[in-house]
Design a protein around this ligand. Structure first.
Ligand code: IMP
Ligand code: MG
Length: 178
């Protein structure tokens, strides 16, 4: 399907300012703790890069990737790691860094998988929350922006691997739609 970029939803300046606020809150809450940022590839990579550089506390980082759900034919029927973390999570204060929470299925599954590894704590920092679309409840301890129910791209988010490089976040419309 062909798409066209819609209007800017969040400018680069909007995102920068909000990340500064999130980083302040995280730095305050994680002072003196054993913070491990767990960036969910690929969509959160740009957010992670800016967020971690705005923190004022020591932290380590690692990366995980989940297969997309919606694979109803899979025997498990649940998202799985396509890349698990390289470091042990046991006893760590894990902060998941995600691009967007939509239905919530991916993050609920990810939290479950991480809990199996015995972390001291697990919390979520998500840049975007499409709250209207939620199907399963999940706390978002650090939320950048609640956005309307529209498909968005840019600042790491893609459609068919495109538009991740945009410095802002824009809506996306199929060509021919209103
Ligand atoms: P959930 O399991 O439905 O919460 O889906 C979360 C994942 O779907 C995100 O990590 C994104 O990879 C993808 N996703 C959901 N909405 C959008 C969007 O508007 N733009 C780009 N990717 C999205
Ligand atoms: Mg994602």
């Amino acid at each position: 399907m062909a798409y066209r970029l819609g209007p800017t939803l969040l400018s680069a300046a909007d995102i920068r300012a909000r990340i500064r606020e999130l980083a302040q809150a995280i730095s305050r809450d994680y002072a003196g703790r054993d913070l491990l940022l767990l960036c969910v590839l690929k969509g959160a990579a740009i957010f992670w890069a800016d967020l971690c550089r705005a923190l004022h506390v020591p932290c380590q980082s690692d990366f995980v990737a989940m297969e997309s759900y919606g694979d109803a034919t899979s025997p498990l029927g649940k998202p799985r790691f396509t890349k698990a973390s390289d470091v042990s999570l046991a006893g760590r204060d894990v902060l998941i860094v995600e691009d967007i929470i939509d239905t919530g299925h991916t993050i609920v599954r990810l939290r479950g998988l991480l809990q199996e590894q015995g972390p001291r704590s697990v919390a979520l920092c998500a840049l975007l929350d499409k709250a209207e679309r939620r199907e399963v409840r999940t706390p978002i301890e650090y939320c950048g922006f609640v956005i309307p129910n529209a498909f968005v791209v840019g600042y790491g988010l893609d459609v068919a691997q495109q538009y991740r490089h945009l410095p802002h976040i824009a809506t996306l419309h199929p060509v021919g739609s209103a």
